[in-house]
Design a protein around this ligand. Structure first.
Ligand code: PMP
Length: 432
């Protein structure tokens, strides 16, 4: 048994102060039971908790640490920026450099605005789409998560799903009425929503590869068909690439699938671990954003000097080292194929979905193409598996409905370590 005495004591203190003891719901380990692990430090692939236990990290802060923890290239940039003050609330050179890098790397981005989180990016993108089209409604997919903006907490994925509350209390009926939802990968349902709401849909927002109900790829042709539908009906197509941007390829899912959205939202990874988000896309739409246009959106700390120092350093590194994507794909394919094979050898024909450096093991033998499929998973078995993996020093997302994120710090040796733990943990979880 791991000694987690200090984590447990901190969690007790936290629970008296912070709702549920955490500052973001999934961290509470609600769906897997037990208390969360409080982290102390991390380097490369390894996390160290406050009790001195070490784990190989397959979450990587839910995506941003694509180069592993504390990479010198990012830390040096932050160190260099540090003495020059932490915020100006005025424009800086690095914001321009960061915007240039994003425009160069992400297809279709002609103009971009920096914000502080993925939530802000998605909320703002929707507002711009509404301002631009003069329409009110949006379409989103069940199980997709776009942050905690009111409009998105309808059939939401990630933490909302983990907590069993895909529709949040506190969201007004009026807001809910403007959010239309369809099952992921269901083109007919989208067509029906558009037909039933003629000239009323401002935007269709989706994760082009979903990470927030576990990893679910788009069906062949799905993204292309959505692109065509949106063009045909004057709907702003928004790819939420907060997870997939700069991860599935330098230009994200747009590059991987060869499809251009009208707007794209970014987050996490573009700050290298510091709080940043961004939204950008077609110039004629982005020119609606204040002060150029009539859609208001602002931020005291937006374009923060430390966050942009980290972001520029990480993005530049990705730009200059495209071979890391091959490396990540190879590593992740070994992990995903190995997991599938081990499960099958144990008589568990579980579904493993993988796209690039994201993958999920679903505790169901049926294909997972949407939220209803994902919900067929045996979450009790997943919880046992999660704890067995943790005992063996493997840190996974504490919910069936999340993806794993692989970093460049995962070596072949660590893949072997993961696969050995995976076999033992599946046996333990199922009493085989
Ligand atoms: N969109 C997606 C696809 C996400 O995965 C997330 C966060 N997991 C968000 C938006 C919200 O980002 P943040 O947590 O930075 O607000």
């Amino acid at each position: 048994m791991l000694n987690q005495t200090t984590s447990a004591a901190l969690f007790d203190r936290a629970k008296a102060l912070i709702p549920g003891g955490v500052n973001s719901p999934v961290r509470a380990f609600r769906s897997v039971g037990g208390g969360p692990v409080f982290m102390q430090s991390a380097e490369g692939a390894w996390l160290t908790d406050v009790d001195g236990n070490r784990y190989v990290d397959f979450i990587n802060s839910w995506g941003p640490m694509i180069l592993g923890h504390a990479p010198a290239v990012v830390l040096d940039a932050v160190r260099e920026a540090l003495p020059h003050s932490l915020s100006f609330g005025a424009p800086t050179r690095r914001e321009v450099e960061m915007a240039e890098l994003i425009r160069e790397m992400v297809p279709g981005v002609e103009k971009v605005r920096l914000v502080n989180s993925g939530t802000e990016a998605c909320m703002s993108a929707i507002r711009v789409a509404r301002g631009y089209t003069g329409r009110s409604k949006i379409i989103k997919f069940e199980g997709c998560y776009h942050g905690h903006g009111d409009a998105f907490l309808i059939a939401a994925g990630s933490g909302a799903l983990t907590m069993g509350e895909p529709d949040s209390a506190g969201v007004t009926e009026g807001v809910a009425l403007d959010t239309l939802t369809a099952p992921y990968n269901d083109l007919v349902a989208v067509e029906a929503l558009i037909a039933a709401n003629p000239n009323q849909v401002a935007a269709l927002i989706l994760e082009p590869v979903v990470g927030n109900m576990g990893l679910v790829p788009p069906a062949q042709g799905f993204l292309q068909s959505l692109r065509e539908l949106c063009t045909q009906h004057g709907i702003v197509l928004i790819f939420d690439e907060v997870m997939t941007g700069f991860r599935l390829a330098r230009g994200g899912a747009q590059e991987l699938f060869g499809i251009k959205a009208d707007l794209v939202t970014l987050g996490k990874i573009i700050g290298g671990g510091l709080p940043v988000g961004a939204y950008g896309g077609r110039e004629d739409i982005m020119n609606w954003v204040a002060p150029a246009g009539k859609v208001y959106q602002a931020g005291t700390l937006s374009g923060n000097p430390l966050a942009t120092a980290a972001g520029v350093a990480q993005l530049r590194y990705l730009h200059e080292n495209p071979s890391i994507y091959e490396q990540l794909n190879t590593t992740t394919t070994r992990l995903a194929d190995g997991t599938r094979q081990i499960a099958a050898e144990l008589g568990l024909h579980y579904t493993v979905n993988q796209v690039g450096s994201m993958f999920s093991l679903f505790f169901t033998s049926e294909p997972v193409t949407n939220l209803d499929d994902a919900k067929k998973s045996d979450t009790a078995a997943f919880a046992r598996y999660f704890h067995a993996m943790l005992e063996r020093g493997i840190y996974l997302a504490p919910s069936q409905y999340e993806t794993l994120f692989v970093s460049t710090a995962i070596t072949d040796e660590l893949v072997d370590k993961y696969l050995t733990a995976c076999r033992e943990s599946l046996i333990e979880a199922h009493n085989l």
